[in-house]
Design a protein. Structure first.
Length: 162
């Protein structure tokens, strides 16, 4: 007895997540910043800033946008602008005793942590990042929709590397 061709889903089964377009974090994710500084210190990094970030930070520091750019930013690649690092690779605005010195005015990339696209791309990646960030899986529950919207415009420019 010949059954004929098998349906495509039999040959290439889809997970429930792929079939329904429901992300693994459908029940939401918890986060409460503990101000540990783990995301602001350590190895060299890139904190991309956009014009709105520069304007807000310059105003906070009582500088012009041009002065802020000259003192606190660097060019990454052909067009991306990043905050400078200190010589020990800490963020220029991170103080080991005080934490982030511009917390209320921090860049979009910092505001959207840990809901960056590449961090929420899988439960494994989330767990890996959570092993370094004491605020992940703590605090208030953020809805699936909030996480999805935040990751769509996370300030990391789609997670692409500079």
């Amino acid at each position: 007895m010949t059954l004929g061709p098998l349906p495509l889903f039999t040959l290439f089964p889809l997970s429930l997540e792929m079939a329904s377009n429901t992300p693994w974090y459908r029940d939401g994710l918890r986060f409460q910043c503990q101000r540990s500084g783990n995301c602001c210190s350590g190895g060299p990094g890139v904190v991309r800033v956009i014009d709105e970030d520069i304007t807000r930070l310059a105003r906070h520091l009582d500088l012009t946008g041009r002065e802020f750019r000259e003192v606190y930013t660097r060019l990454v690649g052909d067009e991306d602008v990043s905050l400078r690092d200190k010589s020990n690779h800490d963020c220029i605005f991170f103080d080991r005793n005080q934490g982030c010195t511009v917390y209320e005015n921090r860049p979009l990339q910092c505001r959207t942590w840990p809901f960056w696209h590449h961090v929420v791309s899988s439960p494994e990646r989330w767990a890996d990042e959570a092993s370094h960030c004491p605020g992940m899986n703590q605090g208030p529950l953020f809805t699936c929709e909030h996480v999805r919207q935040t990751s769509d415009d996370d300030g990391t420019f789609g997670g692409r590397e500079a």
